[in-house]
Write a protein that binds this ligand. Structure first.
Ligand SMILES: *Cc1c(COP(=O)(O)O)cnc(C)c1O
Length: 403
């Protein structure tokens, strides 16, 4: 990208995470603006026909069309690439455009996917409903042992796909072990790292090949815009992802890219604060007699707590729990909340709560819900930035506890 004269010679490789989040990728124009500029343009002009010819031939640096690239979007990609420590980053319009792009650019008829059974609703639809129409088959793994994953692999397995922690029951899978198994069979590992966030978990350092995000969640973190990001090797981006995404159109708006750049500046502060509150809430909620069980990666009751503590530097912003009394008791709790909002969005500065069985995981049906262990009394809480005492008080009063 062309650099304005006000852009300092950056040496981001030595920078810590917070510096990368605030300054990474900044490319100032000739005006020397402090905040990154929004280049709200669909096309670009050329000084002469030769310049247009050379840009299309890739011989001259520069943008040619908004669907192919944009300076504001490029700043976001570079900032995110530095955060993840990946070779390459590609920004798209939503988290699902990222999931779909990473899978569809790679797979062809006859290929096979191995995925954990613990999947976000739309990931589940892509793997079990959409890709089978293109002749791509799948095996969903229920267990967590090496033998469970090995047994699912086939010679035609091209991709191993997992979410860890998963939505909504925060199941944790061993990225290093599963990557090892996948690589021995020549398959690539794709991780949905939305729940963990790039602040708390770095799948590529554990062997993952491709990591994707919904930037709609923690990256924006203030409920405003959609966005997605795919992190990969340069080779994967240049040879597979870019040719696929350029021509199929899930382009990120430059305006949304700008909002996300601003979100990144406070991402670590927000994730660390929410994660701290969620850890405290998990402890407190687990003690309440009205609660059957909590699901939180760093809580002692989590079946994979040792692995979660190894893979994630903190427990994360997401917490689920089963209310005694099933759907009716869960709905009663939701109805009485005075601060926490009922919403299926997550990763927001406002705490949000949802009943997965009737919202995010309704369409997959009761059998798939049973397979994933999602009960009718389950509530999923996205912990925001409010005072933790207020959040605990709100949940307690909604359970009719006088404290
Ligand atoms: C929200 C979400 C997605 C999809 O992201 P969108 O931006 O809504 O398309 C994918 N995976 C997980 C775990 C999510 O929570």
């Amino acid at each position: 990208m062309r650099k304005g004269k006000y852009t300092k010679t950056q040496k981001p490789d030595g920078w810590g995470t917070s510096t990368r989040l605030v300054r990474g990728g900044t490319s100032r124009s000739e005006h020397g603006e402090t905040s990154e500029a929004i280049y709200l343009t669909s096309g670009y002009v050329y000084d002469d026909p030769e310049s247009a010819e050379q840009r299309f031939a890739g011989e001259e640096e520069g943008f040619v069309y908004g669907r192919y690239g944009n300076p504001t979007v490029a700043m976001l990609e570079e900032r995110f690439r530095l955060l993840e420590g990946a070779e390459a980053a590609y920004a798209v319009a939503s988290g699902m455009a990222a999931a779909w792009g990473a899978l569809a650019c790679l797979l062809k008829s006859g290929d096979h996917i191995v995925a954990s059974k613990d999947l976000f609703g739309s990931n589940y639809q892509i793997i079990t409903n959409i890709l089978p129409r293109w002749g791509v088959t799948h095996t969903l793994v229920s267990g967590t042992t090496a033998a469970d994953w090995r047994a699912a692999m086939r010679p035609e397995t091209k991709v191993v796909f997992l979410e860890t922690p998963s939505n909504p029951i925060l199941a944790v899978h061993d990225i290093e072990m599963i990557s090892d198994i996948a690589h021995k069979s020549g398959a690539l590992v794709i991780i949905d790292n939305v729940f963990a966030t790039p602040i708390l978990q770095k799948p590529m350092t554990m062997g993952a090949d491709i990591v994707f995000y919904s930037n709609t969640k923690h990256t924006d973190g203030q409920g405003r815009v959609f966005g997605g990001m795919v992190l990969s090797s340069t080779q994967f981006k240049e040879e597979l992802l870019k040719p696929f995404l350029r021509h199929t159109g899930p382009t990120l708006s430059p305006f949304n890219a700008w909002v996300l750049l601003k979100g990144m500046e406070t991402l670590k502060l927000r994730v660390d604060a929410s994660s701290k509150s969620a850890t405290l809430l998990a402890d407190e909620i687990a003690r309440l007699p009205q609660i059957e069980r909590v699901y939180y990666p760093h809580h002692d009751s989590h079946p994979q707590v040792a692995l979660a503590r190894k893979q994630m530097s903190a427990g994360g912003t997401m917490l689920s729990f089963d209310v005694n009394g099933g759907k009716e008791a869960a709905f009663n709790l939701l109805r009485r909340l005075k601060i926490v909002d009922i919403s299926n969005n997550l990763g927001d500065s406002k705490s949000l709560i949802t009943h997965p069985a009737t919202t995010t995981h309704k369409n997959i049906g009761p059998e798939a819900r049973a397979l994933m262990g999602i009960k009718d009394g389950c509530l999923r809480l996205s912990v925001g930035l409010e005072d933790v005492e207020d959040l605990l008080g709100d949940i307690k009063q909604a359970l009719l506890i006088n404290s």
